[in-house]
Design a protein around this ligand. Structure first.
Ligand code: TXA
Ligand code: MG
Length: 313
C-alpha cells in the first residue's frame, strides 16, 4: 500500500523518515511530480529504477535544497553559477562535472562523469529536502515511457503499491519538466532538453544565444528516448481539421474535445499538457489529433513532448 501524505509537518516528517530508511516518496515539484530516493543510498536509487521500470543507462537528476548542497556535488563554472543565481530555485537542471568524493550513488549518474542537479522551487519539495537534509535523486514519478504526473492522483495511477508514499501538493504549476542545460568543451551552455525555462530567458542572463543539443552530439541527455511522454492513443500533430474518430486536442480558440489553452497562452498550455494526456487515456482515446502550437518560448518544450508522444513506438 502506498501512503498518501498531506504536506503538513506530520506528512513531511513521515516522508523524510521514509527517505532515511531508503524508501521512495513521490514529491510535488513546480514542473512535475518526482519519485524521490536518497541520492547517496545505492539501494534507494536502484529501487527508483526498479519502480519505474527505467533502463539503467538513463541517469537521474539530484535535487538539492540550496547552493551549498549543489557545490558539494558538482563543480560549478561561472556560467553555471550565473544561471543558478537567475533561475534557482526553479525549473532549470544543470549538468556539471561530478565532484570527487561527492556523496552520490554511481547509479544516479549511470556511470557518467557528470551529474544533473536542480533546486526545485515548490514549497513542499523544499520543505522535504530541508527536513531530509540531503540530496534526493528524482526522475518524474511515472512508469518509464509513460506520461509525467502533474497531480498526486496521476502518481497513484501509475505507481500505487510500488512506492512507499506520495506527498500530495496539488497540481504542478509549470506542468512540463525542467530545462536541462549542459556545457560543451569550451564551457558554452547547451540546452539538452527544452523545458520550463525558455531558452530566450537563458540567453538573456548569459548575454548570448545558447546552443541546442545537436542530434548525435557528444553531450546529450541520454533519457531523450524518442517515444516518451506518450498517451496510449496514436497521436497526429499539426492538425487543423480532425478526421472522423479522432479526439481533438486544441490550442487557441477552436472547436475541440479538450483545449490546452483557449486563449492561446503557452504557460497555461504547458500546465495542461500532461493533465490532458492523462484525461485522454482515461477517456480511452484511440486516435488523438493535436492542433499546432507555436515554436517559441514554452512552446518549444510543449512541441518537444508532443513530437515524442507522436513518435513511432
Ligand atoms: O522537472 C524535472 O526535471 C523533473 C522533476 C521531478 O524534477 N525530473 C525529470 O527527471 O524530468 P527525468 O529523470 O524524467 O529526466 C531526467 C533527464 C533525462 O533525460 C536524463 O537523461 C537527463 O535528465 N540526465 C540526467 N543526468 C544527466 C547527465 N549527467 N548528462 C546528461 N543528461 C542527464
Ligand atoms: Mg521523465
Amino acid at each position: 500500500m502506498t501512503e498518501l501524505l498531506r504536506p503538513d509537518d506530520a506528512g513531511l516528517s513521515r516522508a523524510a523518515s521514509l527517505l532515511h530508511e531508503g524508501q521512495l516518496v513521490a514529491m510535488p515539484t513546480e514542473t512535475v511530480y518526482g519519485l524521490a530516493g536518497n541520492a547517496a543510498d545505492d539501494r534507494a536509487v536502484a529501487a527508483i529504477y526498479e519502480a519505474k521500470g527505467r533502463p539503467s543507462f538513463n541517469p537521474l537528476i539530484a535535487h538539492v535544497s540550496d547552493i551549498a548542497m549543489a557545490e558539494g556535488l558538482v563543480e560549478m563554472s561561472d556560467a553555471a553559477r550565473a544561471l543558478a543565481a537567475a533561475f534557482w530555485p526553479g525549473a532549470l537542471t544543470l549538468v556539471l562535472p561530478l565532484r570527487a568524493g561527492a556523496k552520490v550513488s554511481p547509479l544516479v549518474t549511470a556511470g557518467l562523469s557528470t551529474l544533473a542537479v536542480r533546486m526545485p522551487s515548490h514549497p513542499v519539495a523544499r520543505a522535504l529536502l530541508s527536513t531530509f537534509g540531503g540530496a534526493v535523486a528524482a526522475p518524474s514519478a511515472n512508469p518509464s515511457g509513460r506520461i509525467s504526473p502533474t497531480e498526486a492522483a496521476h502518481v497513484m495511477a501509475g505507481l500505487d503499491g510500488r512506492i512507499a508514499a506520495v506527498l500530495d501538493g496539488g497540481a504542478c504549476t509549470i506542468g512540463v519538466e525542467s530545462t536541462i542545460v549542459g556545457f560543451d568543451e569550451t564551457g558554452q551552455a547547451v540546452v539538452l532538453r527544452d523545458g520550463g525555462i525558455p531558452e530566450e530567458a537563458l540567453a538573456e542572463v548569459l548575454g548570448h544565444p545558447v546552443g541546442h543539443r545537436a542530434e548525435g552530439a557528444a553531450i546529450s541527455a541520454p533519457g531523450q528516448l524518442l517515444s516518451h511522454y506518450a498517451p496510449e492513443g496514436a497521436v497526429r500533430l499539426n492538425v487543423t481539421v480532425p478526421e472522423p474518430g479522432e479526439v481533438m486536442l486544441g490550442f487557441g480558440p477552436m472547436a475541440c474535445d479538450l483545449n490546452l489553452s483557449e486563449s492561446g497562452d503557452l504557460a497555461e498550455a504547458a500546465a495542461n499538457l500532461f493533465r490532458h494526456f492523462h484525461a485522454l487515456d482515461a477517456m480511452g482515446a484511440g486516435r488523438i489529433a493535436v492542433a499546432p502550437v507555436p515554436e517559441t518560448g514554452l512552446g518549444r518544450a510543449i512541441n518537444d513532448r508532443l513530437r515524442r508522444a507522436a513518435a513511432p513506438r
